[in-house]
Write a protein that binds this ligand. Structure first.
Ligand code: C2E
Ligand code: MG
Ligand code: MG
Length: 577
């Protein structure tokens, strides 16, 4: 048994007596010594191994040595370690012989493993801390500022979950390469010469950059901007194109004169500030950030509880035909009925839901609840109005979104043509396989597609055509200053003309005054939505509002003249009734 172990050991092993005579030799040792094992046994070890000057009978010690050959083969550098032991035959020594080159290799591998990230080859957390400590000390000594940056990819988790870890890994390598190239080029940004940098990966999608010799915050900001730009280049996976962005936090040292761990924590907080600013941006650390970060973390927790406790509610805002005044549909808008805080508008929490993936359960609930409400109105005899639901980009990566919509429609016996899905321009701009196949599924289902907040993103005709969009919703910001603002009037006119030429329905959002409605109608806009027609209201109030609206519409139509400016008055006036 021991013999077998001895033979198969991963090192060359020689057992010698106290005089240095070899008693046994395993195969690997013979191979290293470049002789047959039978030729070694019984001979003195110094015939095969040389180690500087020999002293005493047993000449070897721990450390480097070379093999000694008499056949003209070149000597091999080896490394020895000796273990003396007592046997029944007296004192003996085990000499472990290892190829010195291989040993150096192993040590190098161990050093790599301990200090570098195996996926990207960048310094890892341990080496990063080490380098940061050194950079901070240099900054202290020289008085030259140093910037620490944390970079975190936006929505990396989504990509990783939806496209798989292999794609995630490739993306991380791509990012590491892009950042390396960009930082090399950014070296020349500094006003006072070179700015040495260290890029590290802490794990997951977290990267850090230490930039030394920065002239000031503006230099650091410029490096951050360059990194964000470098990441904007699309990344290709199979047939798909993924556009990524990142959020960066920056702190300056010794301006923020703190210890290493605090500097790291501050930079992390600044990074989260960038996330909450809508991502794809950078922020510097400042003292008031500490409070903001605490608030954000507690908001996340409250939202998780809100789902369990079903604290979300839907309000519905009517839309009407600008020519006839007839109500054409409603848009479902989510609110959070937060105990002790009242009704919280979606602008305050939807982005947090998106970041955390909580938008999936909440979004699914919105679709189901809105469809149930529509079916309830059908049952009480309201005419078959349309229902619009907002979907965020994050929900589009949800594999079962289309079947979720299909099920909700079927269970509530709703004609798919009555459901309109409101999408943002940025989602369509992504134009990747996921988006395309999801839009195709919706098309097959027969639901309508609308572009929300049109004009605020990268308005592009190509995607409208490609995805056969049914409705354009002109963003509130262009409607707000009508009719006096010529520029906005021109934009509205252009969007309306565009919509008409492509046979789309154009809806103006945020109509608050009769003058605005009149102008939009003159420009040929189809529908309006806004406080002037009606504010978002609970589903339970909508049926009454609808009947009231209908009554006043017909009452006013039958009168000849009036002076008030409620929506129906305007419609009848414009109709000439
Ligand atoms: P949106 O889809 O553009 O919705 C229109 C927003 O404009 C609503 O704000 C509405 O209350 C407001 N609004 C309507 N008429 C007027 C007006 O005449 N004047 C002014 N000043 N505002 C008006 P709300 O409900 O706060 O929603 C804000 C945004 O939150 C929505 O913008 C939508 O993008 C998002 N959102 C709402 N519900 C959902 C949802 O269920 N899922 C997702 N993913 N996003 C939602
Ligand atoms: Mg909307
Ligand atoms: Mg909108």
């Amino acid at each position: 048994m021991l013999g077998a172990l001895f033979e198969r050991a991963v090192d060359g092993l020689l057992v010698c007596n106290a005089e240095g005579t070899v008693l046994s030799c395993n195969a690997l040792a013979a191979q290293l010594l470049q002789v047959e094992s039978s030729a070694v046994i019984g001979h003195h070890v110094s015939e095969f191994l040389e180690q500087g000057k020999s002293e005493g009978r047993f000449s070897l010690r721990d450390g480097p040595a070379t093999t000694r050959t008499d056949k003209g083969a070149s000597p091999l550098p080896v490394h020895l370690s000796l273990t003396p032991f007592e046997s029944s035959k007296g004192a003996q020594v085990v000499v472990r012989v290892r190829d010195a080159a291989e040993r150096a290799d192993t040590q190098e591998r161990l050093r790599q493993l301990a200090n570098f990230d195996s996926l990207t080859g960048l310094p890892n957390r341990a080496l990063f801390r080490d380098r940061l400590g050194q950079a901070m000390a240099r900054a202290q000594r020289s008085g030259q500022a140093m910037a620490l940056m944390f970079l975190d990819l936006d929505r990396f988790k989504v990509i990783n979950d939806d496209l798989g870890h292999e794609v995630g890994d490739r993306l991380l390598r791509h990012v590491s390469q892009a950042l390396t190239n960009c930082l090399r080029a950014a070296d020349s940004v500094g006003r006072d010469g070179e700015m040495p940098h260290t890029l590290s990966r802490l794990g997951g999608d977290e990267f850090t950059v230490i930039v030394e010799n920065v002239g000031g915050a503006e230099d650091a900001a410029q490096v951050a901007r360059r990194m964000l730009e470098a990441l904007n280049e699309p990344f290709h996976v199979h047939e798909e194109e993924i556009v990524i962005s990142a959020s960066i936090g920056i702190s300056m040292y010794p301006t923020d004169d703190v210890d290493l761990d605090t500097l790291i924590r501050h930079t992390d907080m600044a990074m989260y500030r960038s996330k909450s600013l809508g991502r794809g941006t950078y922020s510097f650390f400042s003292d008031d950030l500490t409070a903001a970060v605490t608030a954000r973390v507690s908001l996340e927790g409250s939202l998780r509880r809100a789902i369990e406790r079903q604290e979300f509610v839907l309000h519905f805002q009517p839309k009407a035909d600008l020519r006839t005044g007839q109500v054409t549909g409603v848009e479902a808008l989510v609110r959070w009925h937060r105990p002790g805080h009242g009704m919280i508008p979606p602008d305050r929490f939807v982005s947090v839901l998106e970041d955390t993936g909580l938008i999936l359960p909440v979004g699914a609930w919105v679709i189901r609840a809105a469809c149930e409400q529509l079916a309830a109105w059908d049952r009480v005899g309201l005419p078959p109005i349309r229902l619009a639901v907002n979907l965020s980009a994050r929900q589009f990566r949800h594999l079962y979104l289309a079947s979720l919509v299909e099920d909700s429609l079927r269970q509530n016996e709703i004609d798919p043509q009555r459901l309109e899905i409101e999408l943002t321009e940025s989602l369509l701009m992504e134009d990747n396989e996921t988006t395309r196949s999801m839009l195709d599924s919706f098309r097959r289902l027969g639901v309508r597609l609308a572009i929300d907040d049109f004009g605020t993103g990268h308005s592009s005709l190509s995607y409208i055509k490609r995805f056969s969009i049914d409705t354009l919703k002109i963003d509130r910001s262009f409607v707000q200053s009508l009719p006096d603002n010529d520029e906005d009037a021109a934009i509205c006119a252009a969007v309306i003309a565009l919509g008409r030429s492509m046979r789309m329905c154009v809806v103006a959002e945020g109509v608050e005054t009769p003058d605005q409605a009149q102008m939009l109608r003159d420009l040929g806009c189809d529908e309006m939505q806004g406080y002037w027609l009606g504010r978002p209201m609970p589903g339970s109030e909508f049926a009454a509002w609808y009947m009231n609206h209908k009554r006043s519409r017909s009452r006013r139509r039958s009168r000849s003249r009036y002076t008030d400016t409620s929506p129906m008055t305007l419609f009848s006036l414009l109709d000439g009734t």
